[in-house]
Design a binder for this molecule. Structure first.
Ligand code: AMP
Length: 282
């Protein structure tokens, strides 16, 4: 596995590979790699000649009061996991390498970013779309891989790819879960044992929604029941529970067609998200 830390080095390598006619599958991450990331790497391996992974905790997507400083980092462990997973190029630039001058240019996807996490994390998606655009220009991938765990992010990137005519195909992979159902996340490492127990309430509430959905079409009733399940668990503070259109991400009072059920909950100091897609069989 080749390790690259400079933008110039990565761009030169991508250009060389393109000239050789090789296809590049790209998995952008913030590191502290886990099974979720590994499923994206595996999919990228299956669909491309080479796999590039980036590990970069992007300061631009964290608001000042958020967990940029304490976000889990494990670069040496990540290198081992990536190598064992068959990654060809491990791109891990420093912050000064990615933002070596004051940035005057930003990419902002509108509307979709007003909903869900976007309504609660000011400037978050602007930071995400800006860094992903930079990474696309540096890595020059043919295919990119994102996880459904961050459903809104995947929709925002899909729209950005279309709107800005990136010649890149996006693949969204299902959420990988722990044995008990908790969505795997780098942030799970910050949970103490009691918080870890309470974290399961996200998955439980989604499952309860799934049980109710065939016979209940009023979003408010389902949300009330989900809220009850989460609030029953200690240390939880709900940020949002939304039942929304899976394309526009706008809340809907009455369930029709394909819907997304998305939640964000603080467990102690840790913010966790999860979601489920549901298609009305009628
Ligand atoms: P992150 O390092 O958390 O920014 O995540 C990098 C990519 O991995 C994103 O596309 C995430 O959606 C995806 N990802 C994170 N956790 C999971 C998971 N449990 N299952 C599938 N994909 C995931």
């Amino acid at each position: 596995m080749e390790i690259i830390t400079t933008v110039k080095g990565m761009q030169a390598e991508s250009k060389r590979l393109q000239q050789l006619g090789k296809t590049i599958g790209f998995v952008p991450t913030m590191g502290a790699l886990h099974e979720g990331h590994l499923s994206l790497i595996q999919a990228a391996r299956n669909g491309n000649d080479l796999v590039v992974i980036s590990v970069f905790v992007n300061p631009l997507q964290f608001a000042p009061e958020e967990d940029y400083e304490t976000y889990p980092r494990n670069l040496e462990g990540d290198k081992i996991l990536a190598k064992n997973a068959g990654v060809d190029i491990f791109f891990a630039p420093s912050v000064s390498e990615m933002y070596h001058e004051i940035q005057y240019t930003f990419v902002d996807v509108q509307r979709l970013t007003n909903e869900l996490c976007g309504a609660h994390r000011q400037g978050h998606f602007k930071g995400v779309t800006t860094v992903i655009t930079k990474l696309f220009n540096i890595v020059k991938p043919d295919m990119v891989y994102f996880g459904q765990k961050d459903y809104q992010q995947s929709q925002v990137i899909k729209k950005m790819i279309k709107d800005l005519n990136f010649n890149i195909k996006i693949v969204v992979m299902p959420t990988v879960r722990e044995k008990d159902g908790l969505a795997i996340s780098s942030r799970n490492r910050s949970l103490n044992p009691n918080e870890r127990k309470s974290a399961l309430s996200l998955y439980k509430s989604l499952n309860r929604a799934k049980e109710l959905l065939p016979n209940e079409r009023h979003s408010a009733k389902i949300i009330k029941e989900m809220r009850r399940i989460i609030e029953e668990s200690p240390l939880t503070e709900i940020e949002y529970i939304s039942i929304c259109n899976s394309i526009t991400l706008q809340s809907i009072p009455y369930i029709e067609g394909e819907v997304l059920i998305a939640i964000a909950v603080r467990i102690g100091k840790t913010r966790l998200i999860d979601n489920m897609l549901w298609i009305n069989p009628l």
